[in-house]
Design a protein around this ligand. Structure first.
Ligand code: DAH
Length: 428
């Protein structure tokens, strides 16, 4: 299950502005592009998810579609993402994500009765300050780029992690809390990556009375309690598994760790965590304290616990998927309802300096929606004139039915046209 363990795990463990993928620089703050035209094209087809009504209420805040999706260079939110905004899969008690959330709640309720305050309805539209500054994400960090994050405007984003709520909850006086929510990231396409997924954040604050009796310094005290608490959580979810702690980097914690478990023959990352940076506590009214924090991706764990092979399935409304899960039934194994064949289409083009794979994937998703299973770079070369060519293989597959040649050809034709027009690349 190596693929599963790679799902949505790396962005905050990166330290620098630019990273190189396949030898190419991915430029941050490349010009955002609007794909609303692409999405409206695709919404005509009957098999796609319906676009949500144009007014939503999220965490008590009313949001109109044109508050979030605008044809404006500071906005890069497509219709397809807006349509996911109010769905809140984590609040459905018989959905695998809701069942997992409740399973984690159960662990904290049993072991720390009445201690943790639970939030699962905080608005995913947050300020740049909440999402990044308040948790000390450096000004030049790659996660802030238009290539990686959905911007509503230059000061507002769709949260890309639940850590965005740490500071405000501390300021509101909370010292023990769990925050579950949908998070949004521009990304590549494969069976473990989807631009909307779900995370749970946990924070526990200690006061001097807690650590003074222990004989430990405050940081060691918090780190020990953190490890004990999270090892217990992993055992609650996975049984008597082998575990190991890996040193990690996150801007908001120091020291930082990742917890891995040995499961189904492989080491798998379960969560990121650490001792909260003092600066976050100080800025939010908790000077004389120490705290731990953790963040985990619900899809990654649910895919393993419920044997769900493709991240798109979480969004399926097909009864053959939804009827297999019920409230409180943790870890029931999903039985695939026959596997429909994939269809592969290749496309080659000369890229330009602003080309990124995330932009390509957004165009493709805007047209094919959940019918696209994977987009992979299969060839890449630079000629003597310095022009670089990429060849991408697109795998189309529905999890619910067979696709006809005709509809795939139609999708691919639209993809070629839109990729050329939106990304200004030259098809070969
Ligand atoms: N926010 C991190 C991410 O999305 C996950 C995380 C890591 C949260 C460490 C934390 C933490 O609270 O302490 O990748």
């Amino acid at each position: 299950m190596a693929v599963v363990s790679s799902a949505h795990s790396t962005i905050f463990s990166k330290t620098s502005l630019f990273h190189h993928i396949n030898g190419f620089k991915r430029f941050s703050f490349c010009l955002p592009f609007s794909s609303s035209a692409v999405a409206s094209l695709s919404s005509k087809k009957k098999w796609r998810q319906p676009v949500a009504s144009s007014m939503l209420e999220l965490g008590g805040i009313k949001i109109a579609k044109d508050d979030v999706v605008r044809d404006d260079p500071t906005n890069n939110v497509p219709d397809t993402i807006f349509s996911k905004l109010g769905l809140q899969l984590h609040r459905r008690n018989n959905h695998p994500l809701g069942i997992l959330k409740n399973g984690i709640y159960e662990y904290f309720d049993t072991n720390f009765p009445n201690m943790f305050h639970k939030f699962d309805d905080l608005c995913p539209v947050v300020s740049v300050k909440q999402n990044f500054d308040d948790v000390l994400v450096p000004a030049d960090h790659v996660s802030r780029s238009y290539n990686d994050t959905y911007y509503v405007d230059s000061q507002t984003v769709l949260r890309c992690h639940t850590s965005a709520h740490q500071a405000e909850l501390l300021r509101r006086g909370h010292t023990h809390f769990l925050v579950t929510g949908d998070v949004y990231r521009r990304d590549s396409i494969d069976s473990t990556h989807y631009p909307v997924f779900h995370q749970m954040e946990g924070v526990r604050v200690f006061t001097p009375a807690n650590w003074e009796a222990s004989g430990l310094d405050p940081t060691s005290y918090a780190a020990e309690d953190l490890k004990k608490s999270l090892e217990g959580l992993a055992r609650h979810l996975f049984g008597a598994v082998e575990m190991r702690w890996i040193d990690a980097y996150f801007p908001f914690t120091n020291p930082s760790y990742e917890l891995e478990i040995y499961f189904q023959g492989k080491w798998m990352e379960v969560l990121g965590c650490g001792v909260m940076e003092q600066e976050i506590l100080k800025s939010n009214g908790r000077s004389n304290s120490v705290a731990w924090a953790f963040g985990l991706g619900l899809e990654r764990l649910a895919m393993v616990l419920f044997d769900i092979p493709d991240i798109r399935l979480f969004w399926s409304t097909d009864e053959r998927f939804t009827s297999q899960f019920s409230e409180g039934q943790m870890g029931v194994k999903f039985k695939p309802f026959s596997k429909y064949p994939p269809c592969y289409k290749d496309m080659s083009f000369w890229i330009n300096d602003s080309f990124t794979e995330n932009n390509l994937c957004e165009v493709i998703r805007g047209i094919a929606g959940d019918l696209v299973e994977e987009v992979s770079l299969i060839d890449n070369f630079t000629n003597k004139k310095g022009m670089t060519s990429h060849c991408y293989r697109i795998a189309y597959r529905s999890m619910e039915r067979s696709l006809t040649d005709e509809e795939i050809n139609d999708l691919q034709w639209q993809v070629r046209e839109q990729v050329q027009n939106k990304l200004n690349v030259v098809l070969r």
